[in-house]
Design a protein around this ligand. Structure first.
Ligand SMILES: Nc1ncnc2c1ncn2[C@@H]1O[C@H](COP(=O)(O)OP(=O)(O)OP(=O)(O)O)[C@@H](O)[C@H]1O
Length: 137
């Protein structure tokens, strides 16, 4: 996926807090250990700026980084982003055992399993079962 130049350059413009989060998250990406990070901050604090810098860094090194969001408004902001239900083929009616409609051996499912980084904007607005369904892919 083509990395926008401004997102690549964003890495050198991060403020102190963004740089701390950037370093901590990338350290985990590079070490290959699975970690869940929750980025919290009020509106316009610079979360999306951080996400774009992270996506640019990981993608420009040839690794797979996926972006998704709970609502279509947020999904329009990040490059390559699509609303989670559609990106992960999750039925709208879900419960604790729901499986994605995506075949396990499909290219999309393989891409998800290979991803080094998944950024989920507005994750707290998603149902718990939606996130757990993605975890089962
Ligand atoms: N380190 C930075 N250097 C320059 N501009 C920045 C930096 N961080 C954020 N910005 C700019 O500040 C504005 C708000 O940032 P951003 O959209 O990332 O906030 P946000 O926390 O995602 O907001 P929201 O929660 O409302 O979506 C944007 O125009 C963004 O480009």
């Amino acid at each position: 996926m083509k990395v926008p130049v401004e997102d690549y350059e964003a890495q050198s413009k991060l403020n102190h807090e963004q740089a701390q989060a950037f370093k901590t998250i990338l350290h985990r990406v590079d070490s290959g250990t699975t970690r869940l990070f929750f980025v919290y901050g009020p509106g316009a604090i610079g979360k999306t700026f951080l996400y774009r810098a992270l996506l640019a860094n990981v993608r420009s090194r040839g690794m797979i980084a996926l972006a998704t969001a709970t609502t279509s408004v947020a999904a329009a902001i990040l490059p390559g982003d699509r609303i989670a239900h559609s990106k992960f083929d999750i039925p709208l009616q879900i419960n604790d055992t729901t499986m994605t409609k995506m075949p396990k051996q499909s290219g999309a499912a393989k891409l998800i399993r290979q991803a080094k980084l998944i950024i989920w904007d507005e994750a707290p607005m998603a149902k718990r079962q939606t996130i757990e369904t993605v975890d089962r892919i």
